[in-house]
Every structure is written in structure tokens, then in C-alpha cells.
Ligand binder design. Sequence first.
Ligand SMILES: Nc1ncnc2c1ncn2[C@@H]1O[C@H](COP(=O)(O)OP(=O)(O)OP(=O)(O)O)[C@@H](O)[C@H]1O
Length: 573
Amino acid sequence: MNRTHMLKAIIHNFSKHKSSFLIASLLLLLSSFFSVLTPYFIMKILDESIPFGEWSSLLGYIALAFIATFLNNLTKLLSDYVFSKLARTFVINIRSRCIAHLQQMNGEYYTHINSGDMLKTIFEDIENIQQTATYSFVNFAADILISVGMLFFLGWLQPELLMGLLLLQVFVFLGQKKFNRWVEAQSISLRSASGELYSLIQEVISNLMNFVVIGVNSLFREKYMKLEKTNAKQQIKTQLVFSLSNGFLQLSGMIITLFILGYGGYKVIEGSLTIGGLITFNVYSQRLIAPIMRASQFQTRLAGALASWQKIRDILEAPLNWGESDAMLNKCSSIRSIDFQNVTFQYDDKLVLSKVSMQFESKKIYAIVGESGSGKSTITYLMLKLWPIEKGNILVNGTSINRISTTDLRQQIAVVSQNTLLFNDTIYNNLALGSTTITEADVMEVLRIVELYEFVMQLPQQLQTEIGEQGIRISGGQRQRLSIARALLRPASVLILDEATSMLDPITEEKIMFNLNQHIQDKIVIVIAHRLRTVVSSHEIYLLHEGRLAERGNHESLLAGKKQYQAMFERTV
Ligand SMILES: Nc1ncnc2c1ncn2[C@@H]1O[C@H](COP(=O)(O)OP(=O)(O)OP(=O)(O)O)[C@@H](O)[C@H]1O
């Protein structure tokens, strides 16, 4: 079932490049055909030219052998070229489909993925399938064709010798099959062990300095050594199984050659086979062994490819958000309003929001405040369709969020979260993220809004300054400001700042909030903050308490209410 599914998907992928695929396959078949001609000409030289002193036929067969070898190489070269182009197209296509699918998933999925394993799938498994899809399938077909042709030829040369050879081959094939199953089981265990190790190392490498600063190196070492040992055990086992399998192949190859020389020699002495015939029989039988061995190894390859395919399917077929593809949902090119109507939500069995109603409209700044764990960030996640709501509804431009394309929604909402995400690149590239429409003037403008303009201008390389991995070469506050600047450059209609200014001094924070006020244009701006000084200028403030909306209003009215907000304000300012 899985095999059929994989074949269908591969055929579907190549259907757009049918002609290239056919040309490459044809070239490979031709190359295999030319490769088997040479021994035939050698037999002719040994049996017909040399014994009878035929100079002209000797030269003729040498010329033919040369032409066959030349054409064999030429057609192989051309087929390799077309196949490698097809292979790259295949990899890019599947890889980008995986990435696009991953971007539409939900929070449950993101919080449970094993990123190391996933990276392995996106890089190694896709390459593995590609190898099987391009070379192995066609080589397999060519091998079968060539083997059949050679069998006829060998039967014509010496039928009894051929019968003996085939009998031996059957034993080899059955033995190899057993090894294949062993190799397959071993590869799956190795994959899982190396996936876990990869994941851990990836986590450490991307947070090297943090590991040192926080001092969790020894903890990591213990975990690392344990995984490394399991992985090493699996690697050694796999290597052993591979070596045993190869040893078996070599041994059986040698037994077959000795059989041909022994029984074929007897036939030569008896006079029913020529010396040229025996040499050619031996050469062809080697060539016959190779395709049969490859055909049996093809099973192993196919098994490996199937394991890889299952991993890719796990990504491509992971149920989409709300189980619906974006193509079936409404497009959304800008968000003008978001309306939470009695929204109740829980993670697993932990109730986080209870009957929360909030409204957000464009051209206004809103604030969500409340103690830690009261559900503020969760509001953002629900807007991004990361989790489905239990009860109530969220309307976006008057339409239920469930009916709106997840991709469009996520494009329209720019979130600057507590965890900054910066890349090991220049300031400019971190802001523009490859966009060709963003100009240097745009970048300068947002740098002014986030109060980073002077800082960047006094750097020797200004916008071209490299900031290191995750922005390690700049301060925490500067990282936050760069993240805000990047969000401002995005053509999104909602900007959410979730504790995005928490590392700034109160004066810079106040300046940035003032600048933002001047530049909100048509956006909905939502500020989530603990320091209430950050939110005093908001048009509307929502105060969450234990998952319920406890208070709402602007700063002045909430202060005048003399309830929780006023107490919080006095505590934090
Ligand atoms: N993925 C998750 N799975 C299970 N529980 C979660 C998950 N994310 C958050 N929670 C829980 O939901 C509650 C609300 O979390 P949320 O992040 O929305 O709070 P918050 O008000 O933004 O907190 P803070 O101010 O500390 O950032 C917390 O008790 C938290 O432990």
C-alpha cells in the first residue's frame, strides 16, 4: 500500500518532466546495451581472428569494441546529466511542499515536533527518495532487460553451464533476501537513534553561549553521552550487518566464478565450448551477477526509500489546521477587525480562557494586561489559528476565523514575541528578509521608529553589520528593537507586541510607544505587557485575570475605577 502510494507520488512528481525522464531512461538503456557489446567482440577476436591470423577482422573487432565502449560512456554521461537535473527538481519540489505544509500546522503540532528528526527528513530522506526515484528505478529496468538478453546469449553459448549458474544464483538471491530484511530493520533503528542525537546537538549548537552562561553543560553531557552510546551501538550493528551482507555477496560471487571455470573448463576440454566462449561466458556471467545483485539490493534501497517516504508522508499528510486545506477557505488580504465572542479555550485539560469577549479595530492601539499565566499570549495564538477554540467564536472582518485561510491570516498578523528570532546575517538582511520591494529608505524609517537609527549609523558597516547567530553580537534590547522594526516592515495589518519591549529602559520604551502611535496607519496594534507604563496611551486596555476578562477601558477610566488595574499600576510604576 505504502509502496503503491510512493510510486504514485513519484510518478506524479515526474509527470511534468515526462520527456526529460524518457530521454534519460532511453540514454541509460542504450548505455547498458553498449556496455554488453564489448565482451562479444572480444570473443570474436579470440575465436575467429587470432587463431586464423585474420588481421583485418582483428582490427575491425577492435574498432567495434572501441566504438561500443565510447558510446557506452557518452550515453551514460548524457543520462547522468539529465537525471541529475530531474533529481534537483524533485528535491526542490518535495522540500518546498513540506515547508509550505509545515507553515500551516497548529500549535499542538509545533509544540510536539522533534526538530532534529524533521531536519533529517527534509534533507536526507528527500535525497534518499530522489536517488531511488531517478537512478534506481531506471537502472533496475535496464538491469532486467540486459539480464534477459544475456541469458539468451549464455544459453546459446553453453546451456548446461547456464543451468548450473542459475541454480547457484537462486541460492544467492534467497540468501540476499534474508540479509535485506535484516539491513532494513537495522536501518530503521539507526534512523531513530541518530534522529534523537541530531536533535540534541542541534539544540546545543544553536544555543552554545546560553549553555555556557546558564551552566547546564554537565546536564547536557550526560544526556548527550547516553544518546551517543545508543547511536554508536546502532551504527556498529548496522555496519556489521552491511559487512556481513557484502561478505556473503563476495563469497557467492567467488563460488560462482570457480564453478564456471571448473565446469566450463571441463566443457572446453570435452570440446563443446571454445576458450573464447568460456572467457566470454565468465565475463557475461559476472555482468549477469551484477544486475541480479543490484536487483536484490534494489529491494534494500526500496525498503530504505519506503522508510524515508513514510517520514515525508508524516509531514505532508499531517492533518492541517482544522483539517481543511487553505484552498477551501476564504482569502484575506487585510484585517480590519477581530472580534472575540465569548471565547473559551483550554490546553489539554487546563482551562485558560473563559468566555472572553474583546474587539480590535484598525487604526487603534490595544493593550492586554494581566498577571503571568493569565492567558495573554494565548489570545495571540488563537488569532493565528494555532489552536482551535472550545466555545464561542472569533470573527475576522465579520467572518468566522475557521473559514479564513491560515496562510493569509498568518501573513496579516505580525507578532513580535518575547523570544526574538534573528538570523546570522546583516542588519539589513534581518530586516528585509529577502524582500525585493523593501528599500533602504523604508529600513531607515523603521529604525527611527524603534530608536535604533543612531546606533546603526555609528557602526562601521552600518546596515551591513553582521549580528551573529540569533543576534548574539547585539544587546537584548537591541535585538527586541530589530524584531519590532522587522515586524513594522511586513505588509501585515495587525501588529502584536508580546512583551516585545521588556528589555528596554523605560525612557526608550516610552519613546518607541510614542513613535508607534504616530505610525500605526491602518494597522490594529496590540501590546501585551507587564509594565503598565507601556500601555497608558492605548485606546483600549483589556485586563485578564485567571482567564476571564476582568476589566476593560482606557487608562484613565480604569484608574478611576480603582479596581485591579489601578492596584497593578501602582505596583508596577
Ligand atoms: N502549549 C501549551 N500547552 C499547555 N499549556 C500551555 C501551553 N502554552 C501555555 N500554556 C499554559 O496556559 C496558561 C496561559 O499561558 P499564556 O502564555 O497565554 O500566559 P501569559 O499571560 O501570556 O503569561 P506570561 O505573561 O507569563 O507570558 C499558562 O498557565 C501556561 O502554562
